[in-house]
Design a protein around this ligand. Structure first.
Ligand code: PHE
Length: 437
């Protein structure tokens, strides 16, 4: 079977960045940070992202590229006759769970783009904005309609094969999103009372950080970089051997962090300025941001562009999630791409309905996937490197482009000892806590 290969040299890296940057940065990061007391969470999050998550990201990209196959096939090819490919099954399962609630929030993003177009968000007070969100999130029918629209869009792209389309769009639209975010930061920081919001974000108060907060920071770092379930393994298999994986991985992580951080620099000043609780949960972005559009020149046009770009960022992430399941059916089960895409999209829509009807199920799927399945998957992926792939094979994959990695020794040490102990430790502690609590 012909493999999808990205056209330009940067194509697959851009697509991987498209997978990483999404609602995880702009919707999930601020709300989880807000629930966990602010600055101290940010500090732990930075540590986890660059010390723990980046090595896992590079491991996934390297495994995928070495095998030249999507996640399940990759583990089968590199460790034939073993059980390592179960990581792939956990990834497929996880993709289902994440997509079901992620598609609901993506649907809301589309809905807010529509509301911006028809002028429904203009000139309403912060309190009315909160009421509007509460109505939206408690109306399953509206959520389901927009969710199906979004899943339809995702399936449409995945059906045609990932390579044409995504790379073109990602490369133009993501810098646009970044630019708009920077402009919004400037406006947010000049709102009255903005500095209190900034202090909430930047002043670490470690007394507010619970163990659960640390655990959620780890889950968020994995969720945001799309690691622990095979998305990046699958995209790694599309990356050419001429591409420098290490610099690619660091650019993805840097961009991903920057967008999440800047989103928080908009949202918290805005929340403090408009009297919105920073710990109010999944609605945070939808009740804070539209207020700011009402305070700027050409706010309506800006709000349209913002929600459209956010929908596109969400789309490049849902594509990568659906691709994990579809590429599994295509390469392991002999399906054709089109029926596989439609079938999986339909099943995910059904699961999504559960999330639309029950916010408990919504949070459960959100929690289990980000905080348990991703760290669990990541733990096995990182154990795979020293125990199966081996040091030399890993090195040669990272150096395939011809650049010698001078700090490889340190890096390998981190992967072999630090990452498994940290991820395993946090997971075990939390699970024991649940069991006895
Ligand atoms: N990283 C994506 C985001 O931040 C979400 C995602 C998670 C995508 C896991 C793929 C796999 O929005």
């Amino acid at each position: 079977m012909a493999r999808e290969v990205f056209n330009s040299k940067m194509g697959a890296i851009a697509a991987a960045a498209g997978s990483a940057v999404g609602l995880g940065n702009i919707w999930r990061f601020p709300y989880v940070l807000g629930e966990n007391g602010g600055g101290a969470f940010l500090f732990v999050y930075i540590l986890f992202t660059f010390l723990i998550a980046v090595p896992i990201l590079l491991s996934e990209l390297a495994i995928g590229r070495r095998a030249g196959k999507p996640v399940l096939g990759a583990f089968k090819a590199l460790a034939p006759g073993t059980k390592w490919h179960l990581i792939g099954y956990s990834g497929v399962f996880c993709a289902f769970l994440i997509l079901s609630f992620y598609a609901i929030v993506s649907g809301w993003t589309l809905l807010y783009a529509y509301r911006a177009v028809v002028g429904e968000l203009a000139a309403i007070s912060p309190d009315e904005m909160t009421t509007l969100y509460n109505h939206t999130s408690s109306d399953p029918v509206v959520s389901i309609i927009w969710m199906f629209a979004f899943i339809g869009l995702t399936a449409f792209v995945v059906m045609r094969g990932v390579q044409d389309g995504i790379e073109k769009y990602s490369k133009i639209l993501m810098p646009m999103l970044l630019l708009l975010i920077v402009l919004l930061c400037i406006r947010a920081l000049t709102l009255p009372g903005a500095l209190d919001g900034l202090a909430f974000l930047l002043k670490p108060d470690f007394s507010k950080l619970t163990f659960t907060g640390i655990f959620e920071a780890l889950g968020q770092a994995f969720f945001s970089l799309s690691i622990g379930m095979g998305t990046m393994t699958t995209y790694g298999s599309y990356i050419s051997r001429k591409q420098n994986l290490v610099s690619g991985g660091f650019s993805i992580a840097g961009l991903d962090f920057m967008i999440a951080f800047l989103a928080a620099v908009i949202i918290f000043p805005c929340a403090f300025s408009f009297g919105i609780s920073p710990g109010q949960g999944p609605g945070l972005v939808f009740v804070t941001l539209p207020n700011i559009f009402n305070q700027i020149f050409m706010g309506r046009a800006v709000s349209i562009v913002f929600f459209v770009l956010l929908s596109v960022a969400a789309l490049t992430s849902t594509i990568s999630l659906l691709e994990v399941v579809v590429s599994f059916l295509v390469s392991e089960r002999g399906f054709r791409r089109k029926p596989a895409s439609l079938l999986v999209a339909g099943l995910i829509g059904l699961l999504g309905c559960l999330c639309a009807f029950s916010s408990t199920i919504f949070s459960l799927f959100d929690n289990i996937s980000a905080n348990i399945l991703l760290p669990g998957g990541a733990l096995f992926i990182v154990l795979f490197i020293p125990h199966v792939l081996g040091k030399e094979a890993f090195r040669s994959e990272l150096e395939a482009c011809g650049t010698r990695q001078r700090v490889f020794g340190v890096f390998y040490f981190v992967i072999k000892y630090i990452v498994p102990v940290a991820v395993g430790g946090v997971l075990i502690y939390q699970i024991v806590n649940w069991l006895i609590g």
